[in-house]
Design a protein. Sequence first.
Length: 758
Amino acid sequence: MTNIPQLVAEELSLRSFQVANALELFAEGATVPFIARYRKERTGEMDEVQLRDLFDRFTYLTELEERKKSVLDSIESQGKLTKELKSKIEACLQKNELEDLYLPYRPKRRTRATIAKEKGLGGLAEFIAALNQPKAQSVSLEDEAKKYLSEEVKTTSEALQGASDILAEEVSEKAELRSYLREFLFDTGVFVSRIKGEHPEGTTKFEMYRSYQAKVKTIAPHNLLALYRGESEGILSFELTFDEDAVHQYLESEIIRGKSVREFYRSMLKDAFNRLMKTSIISEVRSQKKQEADTESIKTFETNLRELLLSAPAGMKPTLAIDPGFRTGCKVSVLNQTGKFLKYEAIFPHTGAEKRKQAAISLKQLIEKYKIELIAIGNGTASRETDEFVAEVLAGLEDKPIKVIVNESGASIYSASPVAIAEFPDLDITVRGAISIGRRLQDPLAELVKIDPKSIGVGQYQHDVDQKLLKKKLDETVESCVNYVGVDLNTASKELLMSVSGVSATVANNIVAYRNENGVFGDRKSLLKVPKLGAKTFEQAAGFLRIRDGKNPLDNTAVHPESYAILEAIAKDLKVPISQTAQIASQLKLNLKKYVTDAIGEPTLRDIISELEKPGRDPRAEFKYATFREGIKEISDLKIGMELEGSVTNVANFGAFVDIGVHQDGLVHVSQMSDRFISDPNQIVKVGQVVKVRVLEVNVGLKRISLSMKSGEKSEKSAPTKSQPVAKQIEQKKSEQKQTSQKPASLDDLKSRFGKKA
């Protein structure tokens, strides 16, 4: 059988020891983040992508080997396993190739061929097959067929048809023919779609597919998924077309050898293809193209989710969160610097002057009482109107918080979820939604892990792709992001802890329960007191869990506890206290080779140096936000040529969607992203990025907005970007307020200093 580790090493251009060690660690229960971060010496510094590719391919080939054994046993039990067939099966590297070889031996329901054999026509089929030779003598098939007449076979035409059915089934099951025809359809086939007659022109979202053609080989994944969605919704139909004459010519050239049976065989081959091969091969090609489209779509989803989860946090600062609304009012929640819920109040700034005045008083009191530094405003209904109202309130304050419009996709789903109910059992669903919006601003990763990634709004046809594969890949992405950033052990929610390497749902629950009962963890070693958290879980998880202001300064770094003793010995040798991490790092860097041992190699020492230089650092970028243009609140306010600032909410392989503050994202097609040609939007943009765009086209009826990021003639002068890192804005603001006179700065002064968001 196949030497899987060796094959994987060859396919992925890895060395044998890398594959062997990675698989050994995986078998021992190690996670991908742990292996990539803390076992670099054993794997030759393989990263997470390489490790996941390795494990995926190893799993595929292992499953294939198991299927081979089953197939071989089945064929052998039938007494039909030849040495040649066994060699072909053992050499298979793809599942569809294996199933092609097994097809003639697979147990079948009754077919026309089996019925013909039951009638005793197998001998006639063998006789005709024997005539299919270049030098075979010409004989009368009718005369031979008469020998097979019986009570079940009344005429020679029935006998010949039965023989044809037997031969057609044999042809249709030939693996080499099916393989060629699949490739032929892949290479030359064309997908053709039409919108069904009951849907008049201009009434569906699938208009571009009304009269659409695309080569099977080159169709874009999003186009194919759109065709599948349109088909499932009953709006359009699509088929795979190809040159059927060329197929028949190929089959004849491969099968027909004898002149005397040429016409019989031509008719039989047409039947074999049209009845037994065409539908299944088209289905196989469609299925394979769908799998490819699913894979690409899921990769896009993974990329977008990673960017969203790793969005820069505004910081753990006192935050006022607003879930906007018109008639039902704005739901306001106050969170402290740890994200703890403190206060809720409903205000009604959009239901009359008197209520607006009272809402302003309430908002001002909350800001001053809780020393608010950040204001998060959801981007749903009444978002822009609420943003303007808050700006009016802030104009009268000297110490102004930074206000940001936050993407609230999925917040309503979270607020009604069991997770939210368990977290805030006594709060209304609308209050939970506001809390989620505020926490997203403070730390997107910690809050978004509580929501099903499919509800966050960064996918591409996510409901149309392989759901099992989608879940697997998105779970891997969440796990990767959480462990990349690290988790504060003393503040993390159960949901966040569940994504830490090696931590199960039960252990996560136990950590939170232990923390609630015993208070904060003073050091990582205390984790071993948590029920069901044993040595293996501690090994996998400890390096990714942080303890701020703990007993050991190393507990606030990604340095694994298994390296503490070695690092303490190094610090002693360098005559530097372990608390002086930056000093240890600088000296260790100069003496790196000296401290390399069998227990700790150079890659791990480099990682340790990086951690000691900036202990407790957050690897995410500084927070920036978009400034929406004043007066532009609805799609009807847009004009061709307007230049606006927005935030990228989703990236597909055909372009990017940008929130410009009008409750409907605009599309920047890939062709409008740059003055140079690009094929992948990810080369230019990522989810959460602040961009400048120009309005190209607006369709109010269909709610479609076309945008451009290309340079060129500007129809109007654009305002400078306000996307300055919020941390710098806050520090700058505080510094300027100390230096200013007693006279408060004017609103214009504040706008010039801190941007319109002030």
